[in-house]
Design a protein around this ligand. Sequence first.
Ligand code: NAG
Ligand code: NAG
Ligand code: NAG
Length: 340
Amino acid sequence: MSPNRIGLPLSLVLLVACLVSSTRGTCNVCNAVNNLTCYSSTQMQACQVGVLSTATPTACPSGYVCASGSSGVLCQPQDASGGGQADCQECNKCDASQTFACTGSQSFALCLGTDTVQDSVGTCASGYVCNINDTQICGLPANGVMPTCSYTDDTTTSTTSSTTSTTTTPGTPSTSSASAYCAAVQSQGKYAVGYNAYTTCRQYIYCTLVSGSWIGETYTCPGTLFFDSASGMCESDMPSTCSTTATTPSTTTAAPTTSNPGAYCRAMQSAGYYPVGTDASTTCRRYIDCFLLNGSWNGNMYQCPGSMYYNSASKMCDTTLPATCSTTVASLSLNGVDLD
Ligand SMILES: *[C@@H]1O[C@H](CO)[C@@H](O)[C@H](O)[C@H]1NC(C)=O
Ligand SMILES: *[C@@H]1O[C@H](CO)[C@@H](O)[C@H](O)[C@H]1NC(C)=O
Ligand SMILES: *[C@@H]1O[C@H](CO)[C@@H](O)[C@H](O)[C@H]1NC(C)=O
């Protein structure tokens, strides 16, 4: 038996598999031939091109699936060979670059260079929808970007993005007052919070513009580090503006944040490089190296050289802006750690 006799049929099988998967249509995209879209793999919906339809979906007959083709969106027999495959099958699938997968109409997760969705939760900015082919992950339906996942894949109805990440560390300003601060500052960046060496000197407010609104979050430096407004980093030297003659120190265990690489790596429980954030000018250039030392997880934060970005899929510094570094992304977490 020659190897060719096995090799040829195998490659044919792979070729056919590739052809079938590449013809799989996308969800919620209006087909202008008959002004219908697939709402789910078994439901169709009346639509207009470029507009998110609000029409009531209609179910295909039993044994039929919804598929878009050159003759419009049709309910086709489920077992039809070639072109009979349903639309709305790309939810929870990693994109070709293994960067992310859409997990709902407005949510996504990181793939970290694998074909598997990782323990990660990302949300699109308000009004944006997740599309597997969008270089910014989330896009606007008004710009023709339709959700890759069917609305029927959304576990809870109206999973409102942002605002759900309210970090409630005792004694820290609430997110709303941080946001009010940022609305006044009107500039993206990290800002010092106060002058108490034990509390507010260890904190900073991070301001970002999310779909036209200034959002502020309060972060605490790891361990006994102080926030240095000049460098924008947590450092061991106490800034001269801070005073130790006020109130008592609060003893809180370090929460796993990306500004605390050790706690971050204890949450990851795996050696390797991990992304730090979604801010194109700052955190997207950094990465954390997690490693096991003497039986406990440790981490160091590094900055990519020059103006390079850290790519979570290739795990390399790259000149291309990663998809995750976009203002269309409202929040992103990995193994329960909020990325900055
Ligand atoms: C689809 O909708 C467009 C715009 O509303 C309309 O001009 C067109 O005639 C419609 N096509 C069909 C096949 O109904
Ligand atoms: C979207 O991406 C998938 C997988 O990366 C690919 O197979 C498909 O052809 C793309 N669709 C479009 C419309 O570009
Ligand atoms: C690892 O642990 C051993 C024994 O507990 C200790 O002697 C050694 O110094 C530790 N190494 C490091 C790098 O901390």
